[in-house]
Design a protein around this ligand. Structure first.
Ligand code: C2E
Ligand code: CA
Ligand code: CA
Ligand code: CA
Length: 281
């Protein structure tokens, strides 16, 4: 049907039309959803592989539509990026995440960093740095408790982003490379940019340790990250076997369903409470 629609005026492509309508609808809906409070953050813990201690948590955006139910971020984030709405949405995430972290610290819970996903479009926006500073100043959160996760694709043009990365680092904000291994960042970029954490994409974890090839690739990536002086984290760790293998091969931290799924605010607070004694003593 697609080819026919392109070749002549006699055919109407219902599939493409449907897709277009869906986009326009979802685009309008997003702005309203934000105003009406349909977005919320969930939090996924990160743990140290050897001590299995909580080291921090990542904020993950959730959209609860009253009619459609939960709309997954992989559906709406690409659209928000296309339309530019991600800038506003991302700013909201930054506020919510910093506020939540500060509130938990003020309540006497363990002081741990929160990670916020930052889309490349948001990062390249001229106001990005100012927004981060404003959020930190107004929430009163110390910069060392904020970590930004950026994907490899952002690093393709290191000249353009280096200044912002350095400014963030100067303020004490730490930076992670998300989904590592799925993009094409050169080792040289990794070396020349101030990046503290390498988050290895779930794709490399999924088939380990059963796949010899993936397991050896994984070991090489961990070695690479460590050689660059970075902290290495494996994401999407689902099984005990994967977890133990990662421990053995020296991966610093893990995140995934094996330790915990992303938690809503109440459940995250409970988890922090359960760590209070151990982490504050
Ligand atoms: P991501 O940053 O790579 O986040 C990890 C995703 O993997 C999350 O999906 C998480 O729920 C899921 N996950 C965690 N552990 C496991 C596991 O053990 N197994 C499996 N199968 N999945 C696991 P989620 O929450 O649906 O988010 C998808 C993506 O949407 C994120 O991938 C991130 O790229 C994007 N995203 C989410 N929140 C935000 C946000 O606030 N801003 C931006 N720019 N992007 C966001
Ligand atoms: Ca992430
Ligand atoms: Ca990731
Ligand atoms: Ca991902």
């Amino acid at each position: 049907a697609k080819a026919e629609a392109l070749n002549g005026p006699h055919y109407f492509d219902y599939y493409l039309m449907d897709k277009l309508l869906e986009r326009v609808t979802i685009e309008k809906k997003m702005a309203r959803a934000l105003a009406e409070g349909q977005f919320e953050l969930h939090y996924q813990p990160k743990v140290d592989s050897l001590s299995v201690t909580l080291t921090g948590y990542e904020a993950l955006l959730r959209w609860k539509d009253p009619v459609q139910g939960n709309i997954p971020p992989n559906t709406f984030i690409p659209i928000a990026e296309d339309t530019g709405f991600i800038v506003e949405l991302g700013e909201w995430v930054m506020w919510e995440a910093c506020r939540a972290n500060k509130r938990w610290q003020d309540a006497g819970l363990p002081k741990l960093p929160i990670s916020v996903n930052v889309s490349a479009i948001q990062f390249r926006h001229p106001n990005f740095l100012r927004t981060v500073e404003k959020v930190l100043a107004k929430t009163g959160l110390e910069p060392r408790y904020l970590e930004l996760e950026v994907t490899e694709s952002l690093l393709n043009n290191p000249v353009l982003i280096k200044e912002t990365l350095v400014e963030l680092q100067d303020r004490g904000i730490s930076l992670s490379v998300d989904d590592f291994g799925t993009g094409y960042s050169s080792i040289n970029y990794l070396k020349s940019l101030p990046l503290q954490v390498l988050k290895i994409d779930r794709a490399f974890i999924q088939e380990t340790p059963s796949s010899v090839r993936d397991s050896s690739l994984l070991q090489s990536i961990i070695h690479l990250g460590k050689s660059l002086g970075m902290t290495v984290l494996a994401e999407g760790v689902e099984t005990k076997e994967q977890f133990e293998f990662l421990q053995q091969i020296g991966c610093d931290q893990v995140q995934g369903y094996y330790y915990s799924r992303p938690l809503d605010e109440t459940a995250m607070q409970k988890l922090l409470e359960s760590w209070r004694e151990q982490l504050l003593s």
